[in-house]
Design a protein around this ligand. Structure first.
Ligand code: ZN
Length: 346
């Protein structure tokens, strides 16, 4: 396929999204709610071309289902803003931010070893993912909402100085650093139920005793990124603050539910003041990139229980991020289950 044809396909897909999004949101009521929902065209634009599993149609797939179930009307929608460079470098290395900023003009094809290609508008879209997260954070911290969901976000493989696994800037890492530096909230709970290990959050905070980390994922010996072994429990003063749970390929809801009390006990032991929830949908049965067999009941359970924990220790504060998920029907149902949990509809 030549470049002109590719560009045409990209343009028509983007135009379709612009046309359909506002129409879907017409049913939305104005006014403050407990939950902010981040959906807009700048976030939808975070995606890779040419049939890449992380395409630009994922936000729309979720939104159609969430609107159909009446969930969007129970939220306040907020648009993304572009994160400032000074905000990105709270987590990322300055030279890496510069590399992404100049990637297109320098004609770079890839930002890593092959999973994360440079795409049109890569810096702008990636900085909007972080900017939406920071808007959500300020909304929660200023008391305008209790919780937020950002379907296009939760880019948990990006490290401080590198892209990885479809992730350019790590919005979760920037939120954690911002909580500490701007808001003085140090003890942060991080729950990650994406099928892949959240290595871009785990390793930068491996020796940080205040990042209370719990990640349940498919066994790294069978899946990217190959990390998140159960013996990885934190280093030095942080020993014991990190919980990694590995499930074998083809494990499903029953195995998740059996493991769940360990996650709850972990958070009960450390009582974080704020929760971040990476609710990747790629653990659902039928995902093209992984082999777990969850149903959306897993996401519903995690969201409901996290609301309970947040109400207990964290003044109710939860920011949820969509993370991975490559089967469009699956991600629509999993993220809708999370939104239902966050809004108290289940
Ligand atoms: Zn994933």
């Amino acid at each position: 396929m030549n470049h002109t044809r590719r560009a045409l396909i990209r343009t028509s897909a983007a135009t379709a999204l612009l046309v359909t999004l506002p129409r879907m949101l017409q049913t939305v009521q104005a006014g403050d709610t407990n939950v902010n929902l981040y959906v807009d065209d700048n976030l939808a634009a975070y995606g890779f071309p040419d049939g890449h599993p992380l395409g630009i149609d994922r936000q729309g797939a979720f939104l159609r289902e969430a609107v159909r179930r009446g969930l969007v009307a129970r939220t306040t929608q907020r648009a993304a803003r572009e994160a400032l460079r000074e905000e990105l470098i709270r987590f990322h290395r300055d030279d890496y931010v510069q590399l992404v900023f100049t990637a297109e003009t320098r004609g770079l094809a890839l930002l890593d070893d092959g999973d994360t290609p440079v795409f049109p508008g890569v810096y702008r879209a990636s900085a909007h993912v972080v900017g939406a997260a920071l808007d959500g954070l300020s909304q929660v911290m200023d008391g305008h909402c209790l919780r937020s969901l950002q379907p296009i976000g939760g880019l948990h493989h990006a490290g401080r100085g590198h892209a990885a696994g479809f992730c350019v800037f790590n919005d979760l890492g920037v939120v954690i650093e911002t909580l500490r530096r701007v808001y003085g909230v140090s003890r942060v709970g991080y729950l990650d139920i994406d099928v892949h290990h959240g290595d871009g959050v785990f390793y930068p905070f491996e020796d940080d005793p205040d990042l209370i980390f719990a990640d349940i994922h498919q066994d790294g010996r069978t899946l990217y990124p190959g990390t998140g072994r159960e013996y990885e429990t934190g280093k030095g003063r942080a020993e014991g603050t990190k919980l990694n749970i590995e499930l074998p390929p083809f494990a499903g809801d029953a195995e998740f539910m059996e493991a769940w009390p360990r996650i709850e006990a972990h958070f009960e032991a450390f009582q974080p003041e704020f929760f971040i929830f990476q609710c990747g949908a790629d653990g659902l049965k039928g995902d093209p990139l992984a082999q777990l067999q969850y149903s959306p009941a897993t996401h519903a359970h995690a969201a409901q229980r996290l609301v309970m924990l947040a109400d207990k220790f964290a003044k109710g504060r939860i920011m949820a991020f969509g993370g991975g998920g490559y089967d469009r029907t699956n991600l629509a149902h999993a993220w809708s289950a999370v939104l239902a949990g966050l809004t108290g509809e289940i």
